[in-house]
Design a protein around this ligand. Structure first.
Ligand code: ARG
Length: 469
């Protein structure tokens, strides 16, 4: 079981355990389509540059196309005798066209080959992920539209702080997704480089034309330096850190959905399609999907730190350590795509309960800041007003009142004669949110404006030419 990477210098085969240990076939099989594309571009270049005879090039091309067809039809089986997907393509080619297959690897190494495969793979998956992000953004936008007039408590330290419109809350996640898309675009532009032609590390002595394969494969530029071309995994590390940040957003949102769907909050209900029961407690409805959305962030961040550790301290150029990039990246791609689908579905089917949110919005004295603001505007420093209202809260808590509105008017007059009771009736949750009229604030106009901007952005991104058709 030597595969075809062993030259004439070896006198024995690989030990069976080493063969298994070294093989990447179990996970790099998914690069088959990309490997064939890269190989087709390479053979076209070899032919045009007269590096190999034209009739040989034609046979290689026909052979690759027949392998590609079988791959698309699901008729191609991985052969474990060959240690990776690249060897599998070459091995199958040899079965089909004989020794001429051996010309394909002229002016190429598996080092630039695997790098170009990964670039092709990431570019395609990046597009799918962007599409998924825009669908998630659309789900958030719809929720925001439906909850413009739903008032809920806003929190800091997970303590009720000030009321907000629920739309404002959804749009804050919209803003995160906008940054995720923008970061993904930046990454895609930087990753848009072709390494093919760099050979093992130093280029090749053939009159090869890396710019020709670049053009056929649709990259904007070739790497500036061949050593960098074969040893660069920044684009994978960047993708993993992109995914980690995205998953942190997902996990924060998921945590809130878990909290808010408990009876203690009762703000939202997850659809049965996204909830499960307990195997022992018949009454239970658990937010497992939200929990797992939160939990999946752990593995993605883990993949980022794992690959960072793999790359740290590696001498240039290619080292087999780098084969470890694949499982981390593939699992991250699969996870992010699954997360996008589930989260979008969960949000689209979410039921909102405005009543409990509205009730909670003024509990725990969340109009206290506005009361202090009002007192301060009547001519005392804000700090003094802050202290005075704090004392008032303390008196309420001692008497068991959950909000200022629970205090009887005569009691209020004794406690804080300097604050007219009438102010209270003006400090409704609606009045509070509408008083914040800055563009990023909570007033109806501000939030509507934010929503329009967000919606315009989604439309613009969804119709941009680099979206898959
Ligand atoms: N399976 C290898 C990887 O995934 C392909 C490159 C092998 N190159 C080499 N010089 N051994 O990185």
């Amino acid at each position: 079981m030597t595969g075809i990477a062993r030259s004439g210098r070896f006198q024995s085969g690989l030990s069976p355990n080493a063969t298994q240990f070294l093989s990447s076939l179990a996970f790099d099989w998914r690069l088959m389509g990309d490997d064939i594309e890269g190989s087709l571009a390479h053979v076209h270049m070899l032919k045009a540059s007269r590096i190999i005879p034209p009739d040989v090039a034609q046979r290689i091309e026909a052979g690759l196309l027949s392998i590609k067809e079988d791959w698309h039809q699901g008729r191609l089986e991985p052969n474990p005798e060959w240690e990776d997907v690249h060897m599998n393509v070459e091995g199958r080619l040899k079965e089909r066209i004989g020794e001429d297959a051996g010309y394909l690897h002229t002016a190429r190494s598996r080092n630039d080959q695997v790098a170009v495969d990964m670039h092709l793979y990431m570019r395609r998956e990046g597009h799918f992920i962007k599409e998924g992000l825009l669908q998630l953004a659309a789900a958030l936008s719809l929720l925001a539209k439906d909850t413009l007039d739903v008032i809920m408590p806003g929190y800091t330290h997970l303590q009720p702080a000030q009321p907000i419109r629920m739309a404002h809350y959804w749009l804050s996640y919209g803003a995160m997704i906008q940054r995720d898309v923008s970061r993904l675009d930046d990454w895609a532009a930087r990753a848009d480089r072709s390494p093919l032609g760099a050979g093992a590390l130093a280029g090749t002595p053939y009159p090869s034309q890396p710019d020709m394969t670049r053009s056929e494969l649709g990259f904007s530029a070739i790497y500036a330096n061949s050593l960098d071309a074969v040893s660069d995994r920044d684009y994978l590390l960047e993708f993993l850190s992109w995914a980690s940040i995205f998953m942190v957003h997902v996990s924060r949102l998921a945590e809130e959905l878990v909290l808010w769907s408990t009876p203690a909050f009762g703000f939202v209900t997850l659809h049965d399609q996204y909830s499960t029961g307990s195997s022992i407690m018949p009454q239970k409805k658990n937010p497992d999907t939200a929990e797992l959305l939160r939990g999946k962030s752990g593995r993605v961040v883990g993949h980022l730190s794992g690959l960072m550790m793999v790359m740290k301290g590696l001498p240039l150029a290619y080292n087999t350590d780098m084969q470890e990039d694949k499982e981390a990246v593939f699992d991250t791609v699969d996870t992010v795509k699954a997360v996008l689908g589930v989260l979008t579905g969960l949000l689209k089917t979410l039921t909102i309960h405005p009543g409990p949110m509205h009730q909670a919005a003024l509990k725990e004295f969340s109009n206290a800041t506005d009361l202090a603001d009002r007192l301060s505007s009547s001519g005392i420093p804000f700090r003094q007003a802050h202290h005075r209202v704090g004392e008032l809260v303390q008196q309420c808590v001692a008497q068991g009142y959950a909000s200022f509105h629970d205090v009887p008017e005569d009691q209020w007059g004794q406690w804080v004669p300097e604050i007219p009771y009438a102010w209270l009736t003006e400090l409704t949750a609606e009045a509070l949110v509408d008083a914040r009229t800055q563009t990023f604030g909570t007033s109806r106009d501000s939030v509507s404006h934010q929503w329009t901007q967000f919606q315009d952005w989604i439309l613009h991104e969804s119709t941009s030419p680099d979206m898959p058709g």
